[in-house]
Ligand binder design. Structure first.
Ligand SMILES: Nc1ncnc2c1ncn2[C@@H]1O[C@H](COP(=O)(O)OP(=O)(O)OP(=O)(O)O)[C@@H](O)[C@H]1O
Length: 659
């Protein structure tokens, strides 16, 4: 069996080899609107130029990035203090190399904001003339093609030399940048080496890539104490270095990794949560501390199991049952929680949606009620390069028609009776630099659709009551449970607006179509329970009943039911089918196949979801009151709701004459 080849340092990197003359010629063609031959320029540079042109940037346009104020900058630095501390050894190590090459080393946050620079004072002065200094954002959207911003969009190391920069003014720079990923694949920062274009630094890209790898490698130190962690490489002399592969498993499911670990197995970040140990390696995990040869699809590797994790679901029939219940593992202290988890296909859609959003493409999210459209949009914001800017959400269905307009466009002082005295900026402007999320866009009245279209075309808004148009910059994400295409056909939604907002559509799956719902139920149950040693558990039958239910209200409904089950269960209790709400038990008793799934956006499904939840709520309250012998305060405490909320429910029930 051949050994796995050692990947070269820069296999994933873009190192531009185009000569200056060729770049200048490609530049002339590009800006005169002529096609640029594929081999005239590195493809990521050409992709980036195309994105910049689509955003309306010109080669002479001055970068729009304004430096942050001192206090804003201090707050941003503080937010990224852990990253800054973690990167200090690399900044120090690169310092000498940078000074010798008349360059500077830069650390940025995930949005491209320069946090720290060290290196040649002389070049730092020249760099500051093009605003390459702390407190300024070098995102591609604001500054055009540059190593920092373009590496963040491409999510891999990128080198941009001289005339490859989109803005002519930045042609004095030669820069190489490598993003830093946390063990969950989230982009947490970036290292860059920048110097004068006249003296290109031959090893700049390799140096920053190695440094980013070192930072990523150290993120595993002391992390994941309760999980199985393996280190491996085809060449044993790499074990213990930043080039070794590291994979972390929770109950044999891959949950975290470093980039060499994925690269050695030919995988991408989408393998997290999707692959199991057995999909990647032959044989068992082995004994902790032991080094042994293991077969993979790409050849043999030497693997060391650093530690064997504790099983997570101690009462799950799939996990070995220990005599004593053990605490669920706490989250590793390494990185911010990755947010809600999605199935592998949705995770892939999310990655694509983030990249497109960063490239200025509007994204439309479709799917039944409760499938997590807003959750998905918030993750796009969090993971994208606008994560540090606002996320402004508008529910177009919840606002009265007259108000949507003023909420979106803002108004001048005294624009109409009842307007706030000082006027209001409006959500378009509140979202500036960030993400605007228009939820239930299918419910937007037609006249307003025309105004929205104009804003999207002109990228400026005019507040109500006159005032001058103001330029706005936001990434647009829309969502609707209605089938917008059908609405267009029915004449209820403008076709031109539809084509504008639906350049990329994500269809989120309904729960009933997901393949492994038992795993999902287990995961949600464990997440809701938290690290509680005597959390109640689900029996196999109960789990199967929950997984087999139709869930017309999708995640919202399932999470709601799991939450009330946990609130009502005694500590350590194993829930059986008899503990489930009556509706679920009744559905199990009914013979024959489960009812046909409702079509997306079907009003009946939404109704059913609401009725179902109402019934579950009533039954849950009833059970809590019985258990607490009618003591409302005690029942409210058990249910995790405020006493007044429980009184309100009881009053509503009374007014309907009971249930
Ligand atoms: N991937 C997920 N993991 C865990 N919980 C989730 C997930 N997605 C959604 N939820 C839960 O479901 C609830 C509903 O999600 P969300 O509001 O995003 O749905 P939606 O599709 O926008 O619904 P609607 O169309 O009714 O507005 C959330 O509050 C959250 O608790």
């Amino acid at each position: 069996m051949p050994a796995v080849p050692t990947p070269a340092v820069s296999t994933s990197a873009l190192s531009s080899c185009a000569s200056t003359d060729a770049v200048l010629a490609a530049r002339r063609r590009f800006f005169s609107g002529a096609p640029v031959a594929e081999d005239a320029l590195a493809q990521p540079i050409l992709r980036s130029w195309t994105r910049c042109a689509a955003r309306g940037l010109g080669p002479q346009s001055r970068p729009r990035a304004e430096p942050l104020t001192d206090s804003e900058f201090a707050a941003r630095r503080e937010r990224h203090e852990a990253l800054r501390r973690r990167c200090r050894p690399e900044l120090e190590a690169l310092h000498a190399a940078a000074r010798a090459a008349d360059s500077i080393v830069i650390l940025t946050d995930p949005s491209g904001l320069v946090l720290d620079t060290v290196g040649s004072a002389d070049f730092a002065d020249r760099a500051a003339k093009v605003a390459l200094r702390p407190g300024v954002s070098w995102s591609e959207a604001e500054t055009g093609t540059n190593a920092i911003g373009t590496a963040l969009v491409e999510r891999r190391p990128v080198e941009v030399r001289g005339a490859e920069h989109y803005a002519e003014a930045n042609g004095i720079l030669s820069c190489a940048a490598a993003p830093i990923h946390d063990p969950f694949g989230e982009l947490v920062g970036l290292l860059d080496l920048s110097g004068p274009a006249s003296v290109p630094h031959l090893h700049a890209l390799a140096l920053v890539e190695l440094a980013a790898g070192q930072v990523e490698h150290r993120m595993f130190e002391g992390a994941f104490p309760d999980h199985s962690l393996v280190r491996f490489h085809a060449d044993p002399s790499f074990l213990g270095t930043a080039r070794e592969g590291i994979l972390v498993f929770e109950d044999y499911r891959l949950i975290a990794a470093n980039r060499p670990g994925l690269a050695l197995l030919g995988l991408g970040w989408d393998a997290l949560e999707a692959k199991r140990f057995g999909d990647l390696f032959e044989g068992s995990l082995g004994k902790a501390g032991e080094e042994r040869r293991v077969r993979t699809r790409r050849g043999d590797v030497i693997m060391r199991l650093e530690r064997q994790g504790t099983p997570v679901r101690t009462l799950s029939p799939r996990a070995p049952q220990p005599a004593e219940p053990q605490p669920a593992p706490a989250r590793p202290p390494v990185a911010p929680a990755p947010g809600p988890r999605f199935d592998a296909a949705t995770e892939r859609d999310l990655g694509r949606a983030v990249r497109l959003m960063e490239a200025g493409v509007p994204v439309l999210i479709q799917g039944e009620t409760g499938v997590g459209k807003e959750v998905f949009a918030r993750q796009m914001h969090r993971r994208g390069n606008r994560g540090a800017r606002p996320f402004a959400a508008v529910n177009c269905a919840a606002l009265p028609e007259g108000l949507i307009e003023s909420e979106l466009f803002g108004y001048e002082e005294g624009a109409f009776t009842g307007a706030r005295r000082a006027g209001f900026k409006g959500l378009f402007r509140e979202a500036d630099g960030g993400v605007l999320f228009l939820d239930e866009i299918g419910d937007m009245p037609l006249p307003l659709q025309s105004r929205l279209l104009r804003v999207l075309q002109e990228r400026e808004v005019t507040p109500l009551g006159g005032g001058r148009p103001v330029a706005v910059d936001f990434a647009l994400v829309c969502a609707s449970h209605r089938d917008l295409k059908q609405l267009v056909e029915a004449g209820a939604f403008r076709a031109d607006l539809y084509f504008r907002i639906a350049q990329y559509t994500v269809m989120l799956p309904s729960l009933r179509t997901l393949a492994d719902r038992e795993v999902l139920v287990d995961r949600l149950w464990a997440e809701l329970a938290g690290p509680c040693p005597d959390a109640p558990a689900l029996s196999a039958e109960c789990r199967a009943a929950l997984a087999g239910h139709d869930w017309p209200g999708n995640f919202r409904q399932l999470v709601g039911v799991l939450r009330v089950l946990q609130a009502l269960a005694e500590p350590g209790h194993i829930l059986g089918v008899e503990d489930l709400p009556a509706e679920l038990r009744a559905a199990r008793r009914s013979v024959g196949p489960s009812p046909q799934p409702a079509a997306p956006g079907d009003a009946a499904a939404r109704d059913l979801a609401a009725r179902d939840l109402g019934a579950v709520t009533r039954a849950t309250i009833e059970a809590a009151l019985v258990a607490c012998e009618g003591n409302v305060s005690e029942a409210a405490r058990r249910l995790g709701i405020h006493r007044s909320t429980l009184h309100r429910h009881l009053a509503a029930r009374g007014s309907r004459g009971g249930h």
